[in-house]
Every structure is written in C-alpha cells, then in structure tokens.
Write a protein that binds this ligand. Structure first.
Ligand SMILES: [Zn+2]
Length: 313
C-alpha cells in the first residue's frame, strides 16, 4: 500500500482504528467457548462466561455468581449438596472475598435450597434477595432448612448496585411461577450485556416432562418480553449460555407445539392420537436435549394446555 501524502496516511489510520474497534467489540460480545476455570467433573464444574461473571454447574443445574469490588453476589444455591461445591467455586474464583448477597431467581426449592451452607462458610448476616411472592411461597412450603428472603423485590423490579457491578432484577411474567426474576447485567463498551434466565427458556432443549402447570401462552409472551431487554449473552439455569437466537428457537418450538396441539383438538383427536400425529411433524427437534426423554410428554402437556387455555395464547 502506497500513500501519496500525510492526509491519506491520517485517513488510513482513522479507518484502521475504527475497524479494529469493531472487531474488538464483536469479539467481546460473542461467546464462542466458555472459559473453564475448574477441573470439570461429572458432578460439578465452574467457568467464566463474561468479565466478572461465572457459572457453577451441579449435575443438571446451573447457577451464576459475580465478583464485584465489594465481594461476591451468588444466585440460587440449588441444594445443600450443590452448595458445598458452590462454596469451593466461589473461594477459588474470589479468594478471601466476602459473600455480600444471595439472590433466588424463583421459589422452586431446586433453586432456593442450600443458602444455609453458603452462610456457614461466609457468615450469617448475608441478605437474601427474592421476589416478594417467593417469601410467601417459601413460608407456605415451611422447610426449616430453606433460608427465607430478607430483601424483597416487587413486580416493578429493581436496579441494584454492588460495588462496581450493576444488577437489574426484572419481573417479566408468570410463565414459570409468579415469582421469577430475570437478572440483567448491563453491558458496556467492551463487555457484553448478559441476562440470567432460569426455567422458562433453555438452550436447545425441550420442556420438562409434561409441562406441569406451565402457562404456555404466557411462557411465549415472557420470552418475547425477554428479547426486548438489552443483552448479548443469555446464561441459563439448565444448560450452557446462548444468545437472542437461542431464545427465538425456544419460542419457535413452543409455538409449533401449541399450533399442532390446537389443530389436533380441532380434528377431535385423543391425547394418545395427538402424540402419534404430532411427533413425526416436529422431528426437526430430535437433536435437542431431553428430546428422547420428554418430547412425547411435552406433546401431552401442550394438548392438555390447549384443552383448557387459562392464559393468552
Ligand atoms: Zn423452576
């Protein structure tokens, strides 16, 4: 490349800097591979998914913790057994740092159990943050081993700040209990925006069993509300992170499922007939996780939901 004069050189440098900035931002906003920081075992592992943001996996459950300038904030402790390993993960990633808050994503006990184990390791006076109806549900559940929330979030959500880390807690619908909070970590010029989504969407996986008590219309509406939030990466409660296209694929799956369920109902088919009729039509999902285990049950769940729609479809 030859330059005729100094102005051409200046223009070239400006263009080069702009191009490199775009490449750097794109690289920062794309999760190609999670950054494993523990030795993964069958049972548990932990890994970095963005600057200061980590996921911990215990069996099929994933939770998330962040390191801030004031200490660590840990989401769902999952269970007493999981929390024993969760303590190790936090201490390895942030040695000597205090735990400054625990946040429950929703009341279900496979996510809200185990806080006592974290408190035994990090101190008794750690605030436990959750949606206000999580407290009501857990009081009713009445398990003395589950630590009740001490700071409550309403339907309007709340933007919290821990040291140098902003964490926005959003309530976006009742598709998976009326207690679920979606955490959002706003992005910056160099780091991607991230949301933590538990149970109402997943990474290329079919739904749980026969979708017991799931409001499918509201579930889809929630996924659409989620897409309106500003983020690049979505971390899940059951599976590896994805992006907005992962959420769109989930919505496509549930829309296909309920469209098929409504059609077979119009045709007067029974639930068993619905399974044999719909399964070959949605074969494209056969490589999704839990397909062999739960796909036929998902059809039954969608059929029953379509029989007595209680939410907007
Ligand atoms: Zn749940």
């Amino acid at each position: 490349m030859k330059f005729e004069n100094i102005t051409q050189i200046k223009v070239f440098i400006v263009i080069l800097i702009a191009a490199l900035s775009v490449i750097a931002i794109q690289a920062a906003k794309t999760v190609t591979k999670v950054d494993i920081v523990s030795e993964p075992t069958v049972e548990n592992e932990w890994f970095k998914i963005a600057e200061n943001i980590y996921q911990f996996r215990y069996q099929h459950h994933y939770t998330l913790f962040v390191t801030t300038s004031n200490g660590v904030v840990a989401f769902d402790p999952l269970s007493d057994e999981a929390a024993e390993h969760y303590v190790k993960a936090i201490k390895q990633v942030a040695p000597g740092q205090p735990l400054i808050a625990i946040i429950y994503t929703h009341w279900h006990i496979d996510h809200s159990s185990g806080a006592r184990v974290l408190m035994r390791a990090f101190g008794d006076h750690i605030p436990v943050i959750a949606h206000e109806r999580t407290l009501l549900k857990l009081k009713r559940w009445n398990d003395p081993d589950i630590v009740l929330p001490t700071k409550l979030i309403g339907d309007k959500g709340e933007a919290l700040r821990f040291g140098n880390m902003d964490i926005e807690l959003n309530y976006i619908g009742y598709g998976h209990t009326d207690t679920l909070l979606v955490a959002r970590f706003p992005g910056s010029f160099f780091s991607p925006g991230l949301v933590f989504v538990v149970d109402f969407a997943n990474n290329d996986a079919v739904g749980w069993q026969d979708l017991p008590g799931w409001y499918l219309g509201e579930l889809i509406a929630m996924q659409q509300r989620l897409l309106k939030l500003d983020f690049d990466i979505v971390a899940f409660g059951h599976g590896l992170p994805g992006d907005k296209s992962t959420i769109r694929r989930q919505t496509g799956y549930y829309l296909n499922l309920i469209t098929q369920a409504k059609l077979v109902l119009q045709q007067g088919l029974t639930e068993d007939e619905a399974v044999t009729h719909i399964a070959p039509r949605l074969k494209r999902y056969s490589d999704w996780r839990f397909y062999n285990k739960w796909f036929h049950l998902n059809i039954r769940g969608a059929y029953r939901w379509a029989q007595g729609i209680k939410d907007k479809a």
